[in-house]
Design a binder for this molecule. Structure first.
Ligand SMILES: Cc1ncc(COP(=O)(O)O)c(C=O)c1O
Length: 484
């Protein structure tokens, strides 16, 4: 029987897809539709003719194009300047090309020989990242000899996996027997009460249970109270337990505020504790001289995670796990797969022994591409700009009698309430849905100390001051609808 492979003409199909994507970008940028038009999944699958194509194939370029046109309608249009949503990068218009390349050639880069070019770019970018924290001591990012003074790292699929990897390395340090025998019962992790949920999830996955996370009090804006560290530590010791790691937020997911990393590093140094910085969003502050002080102390961490798909304009997912001391990376997973991990010297860099995933995408290519499109400085300028955008919106809201911002922004995340004396928590949330369902804006929401806030994450460089003014107007108008 002849197996059908591809009946669609290669070039014509790719050209049709490319044209539709260009149209999509242009119309998003021109605000031709709202950021998001929400429909139920049943409606979307009907509109896409999902069942028919699944069973019979697209059959023609026209049918595939119609499918894609419909698909693109039912997306969250991140390139629309009204997108002020989750911590998901607005990629540059040409950022999708590495995913297209990867999807075409399918060279997973965790094993060097399966994707040499992607792995080489990953190695280069990891050296560049390490250098931002003073953890690369060489002179050439393209020098892959093993220098003991260098830190180390690799890319992985997302911040949640990255936190799990870093915490596994921390456990390998304090309890190396855990790999074979399971987690000892006497190890815990300390950190801010508002650590990202992936930290607790990691502890559960590691068999330590989420109760092994000992929360340290946070202040009214959910920044860790470093005064409380010693007391918590004493309590842990009195219970006969050992601290496996101390977590610092850089920055906190909801508020975008940074924990005082230098003070956390002092505490960790004093007690010889592993210091892990969750820099998924805010480690990027290191790239802007005027914002760098916010992550002072990050360079004293033992492990650090940094999401490129948040602030570095890289399409999801792409996260770096970095270690100040490279032997922590080598010790992390004590597992062998004879078909992949060779004892003898092999050409290139295999990240597979260190990553949770066995096969991984060509993440280095995506990361490199984002910088190579316009050059390194363009990414630094983008981060500086997005932090400035948050300050601009904050100033507008501060000067408006009906808006309340609990703190000045420290990053590109800003939380606020509209008429907090009148609107309940539930109504603040209802206001968010009014905005995303019936206005050209997309915003998010969060809780700080049990109170509901509206929240923006400013990642679109095309968002203008006039958009902020229109957002304020849109909120004023929509609020009338939600006040009961
Ligand atoms: C501080 C922090 N850590 C970890 C994560 C998880 O990252 P990811 O969504 O890449 O898994 C997030 C996501 O928003 C985050 O804000």
């Amino acid at each position: 029987m002849a197996i059908k492979t591809s009946s669609l003409p290669l070039q014509k199909t790719q050209e049709a897809v490319s044209k539709l994507l260009v149209d999509y970008l242009e119309s998003s940028i021109k605000r031709e539709s709202n950021v998001l038009n929400q429909y139920p999944p049943e409606f979307i699958n009907e509109a896409l003719k999902t069942k028919s194509f699944f069973e019979n194939g697209f059959g023609s370029v026209e049918a595939l194009s119609n499918f894609l046109k419909t698909y693109l309608i039912h997306t969250n249009h991140l390139h629309h300047p009204g997108y002020m949503g989750h911590q998901v990068a607005v990629p540059q218009s040409l950022s999708g090309i590495p995913d297209w390349i990867h999807g075409t050639i399918n060279n997973p880069s965790s094993l060097y020989e399966m994707g040499p070019a992607g792995a080489a770019l990953e190695g280069y970018m990891i050296h560049w990242m390490l250098d931002q924290f003073g953890w690369f001591k060489g002179t050439d990012y393209n020098d892959f000899k093993r220098y003991p003074a260098n830190g180390s790292g690799f890319l992985t699929h997302g911040g949640s996996i990255a936190n799990l990897t870093a915490l596994s390395a921390a456990r390998a340090e304090i309890a190396p027997e855990a790999w074979n025998e399971g987690s000892p019962k006497d190890i815990v992790v300390m950190g801010p009460d508002n650590a990202h949920y992936s930290i607790l999830r990691a502890l559960s996955i590691m068999g330590m249970g989420k109760n092994s996370y000992v929360p340290v009090a946070v202040d009214e804006n959910e920044i860790i109270d470093t005064q409380a560290l010693e007391l918590v530590y004493k309590k842990i010791q009195n219970e006969g337990k050992r601290v496996m790691a101390v977590i610092g937020n850089a920055c906190a997911t909801a508020t975008g505020l940074f924990d005082p990393l230098d003070e956390l590093a002092d505490f960790c140094e004093k007690h010889h504790l592993w210091f892990h910085v969750d820099g998924a969003h805010g480690a990027s502050a290191i790239l802007v001289p005027s914002e760098r002080h916010k992550v002072k102390g990050i360079e004293r961490a033992d492990s650090l995670i940094w999401d490129a798909h948040k602030m570095l304009r890289v399409p999801a997912l792409c996260t770096a796990v970095l270690f100040r001391n490279q032997h922590h990376q080598w010790n992390c997973f004590h597992q062998k797969g004879s078909y992949v991990f060779h004892d003898s010297q092999v050409v290139g860099i295999d990240s597979m022994p260190f990553t949770i995933e066995c096969t991984k995408s060509a993440l280095g290519t995506k990361l490199y591409w984002s910088f190579a499109l316009e050059g390194e400085q363009a990414i630094r300028d983008f981060i500086a700009h997005s932090f400035t955008q948050a300050k601009e919106l904050y100033t507008l809201m501060q000067n408006h009698p009906d808006f309340y911002c609990p703190y000045p922004p420290a990053s590109n995340i800003l939380c606020f309430q509209y008429k907090p004396d009148i609107l309940t928590n539930q109504e603040q949330l209802a206001l968010r849905y009014e905005i995303i369902n019936s206005s050209p804006f997309y915003i998010t929401s969060c809780e700080i100390k049990g109170k509901r806030y509206l929240r923006v994450v400013l990642l679109n460089p095309l968002t203008q001051l006039s958009d902020f003014k229109s957002l304020i107007k849109a909120i004023e108008v929509r609020a009338e609808k939600v006040i009961s």
